[in-house]
Design a protein around this ligand. Structure first.
Ligand SMILES: *Cc1c(COP(=O)(O)O)cnc(C)c1O
Length: 359
């Protein structure tokens, strides 16, 4: 056996577990928080016109995509950096700011990509358990800061619990964080938030020079397959992110898709509205069956199934539904088409009955 060429922390990386892909067409996939709708019509049309030109390199800096994102948020182009999805930005940023003795503070359980990104950056994870309501525990995250802290991740709404912080509490937290520590606000699910005092990450990124808002086209825009995302932050940070990005890193189709998706914002909003209505229906049905998870501000719901998580996953599978099971902790179900949600309610009903029988 040859010795590994990689640094030891790379050889021991935990694998990212993707949502299960169904091979049987009758199985509905509700494991990856994707939108259940086909690609936006304008995006399809725009992509079709480019298929014959892929012999050319894309615009190197993605100037048009950046300009449209800036216009959409009414900010300046030097406050926007683009990427292949927002997970890519987390890895890129942490790799650029961490040194071997660095610590990165983030909530847990949260997005699975965080521990991997921290380890790839050669840094140490400082995981702060969530509050009982499924939110990032800001108070304990402040306490977890040490001289070695090089970055803080905030995930709101949090994946997989669906709980969202208020703007007021997040802003108060940011006032307490030392300015030398960058704070990444992962707002992948921002479009699904429906509450008073909702976080406005763009405003926070403009107010605090150490705050970066991370956005993606994978969720509300329904473009998970094309890989596009962006960061909004202080021009100094954005300059750094652009400097370390791979040249021509965001491909031509991704740039085009992102631009057309922004132009189809009314249709995006309509689709998001459908998912929110489905979320309300699902929430009501599950509450009636005794569901005790937190109210969701995202396009998924969390069922704290603890050590019987695999039993619910098996019942879902029997209904022809793939969900994301976090063994020993809970189950995450993407709010999807009505049929998917019906299947989940049926599976959850059977799960509850089985639990009662055991008692
Ligand atoms: C889906 C998701 C993202 C976005 O991932 P992409 O790389 O943009 O597809 C980021 N953060 C969280 C918490 C997510 O769930």
């Amino acid at each position: 056996m040859t010795d590994s060429f990689f640094r030891p922390e790379i050889d021991t990386l935990p694998a990212y577990v993707p949502g299960k892909k169904a091979t049987d067409p009758s199985v509905i996939k509700a494991a990856s928080n994707e939108m259940p709708f086909p690609t936006l019509p304008g995006v399809q049309a725009a992509l079709a016109t480019q298929l014959a030109q892929i012999n050319r390199y894309p615009d190197m800096s993605g100037a048009d995509m950046i300009a449209q994102i800036a216009a959409y948020h009414e900010i300046s182009v030097d406050e926007v950096a683009i990427s292949n999805g927002s997970t890519d930005l987390v890895e890129l940023f942490l790799s650029a700011v961490c040194t071997p003795d660095s610590e990165v503070v983030y909530p847990w359980r949260s997005f699975e990509a965080y521990p991997i990104a921290v380890q790839v950056a050669g840094a140490r994870s400082v995981q702060v358990p969530l509050r009982a309501d499924g939110n990032n525990d800001l108070r304990n995250m402040l306490k977890a800061i040490t001289p070695a802290t090089r970055a803080i991740m905030i995930c709101t709404p949090n994946n997989p619990t669906g709980s969202a912080l208020t703007h007021t509490e997040l802003r108060a937290f940011l006032h307490e964080v030392p300015q030398r520590i960058p704070v990444l606000l992962d707002e992948a699910y921002v479009d699904f938030v429906d509450m008073d005092d909702a976080v406005d990450g763009i405003a926070l990124a403009r107010e605090f020079a150490n705050v970066i808002s991370l956005r993606t086209f994978s969720k509300a825009y329904g473009l998970a397959g094309i890989r596009a995302g962006y960061a909004v932050g202080n021009p100094t940070i954005i300059k750094g992110l652009r400097a370390i990005a791979t040249p021509f890193g965001v491909n031509m189709l991704a740039q085009t898709a992102a631009r057309s998706a922004l132009q189809e914002r009314p249709e995006v909003d309509r689709r998001v509205g459908i998912i929110k209505d489905e979320r309300t229906k699902l929430t009501t049905a599950l509450r009636a069956l005794g569901w005790t998870g937190p109210d969701s501000q995202s396009n998924f719901i969390w069922v704290p199934t603890g050590d019987v998580t695999n039993e619910l996953a098996a019942l879902c599978e029997a209904e022809g539904l793939t969900v994301r099971a976090f063994s020993g902790e809970g189950t995450r179900m993407t709010v999807a088409e009505p049929e998917a949600n019906l299947r989940f309610v049926r599976a959850f009903g059977k799960f509850r009955t089985a639990q009662h029988e055991k008692e």
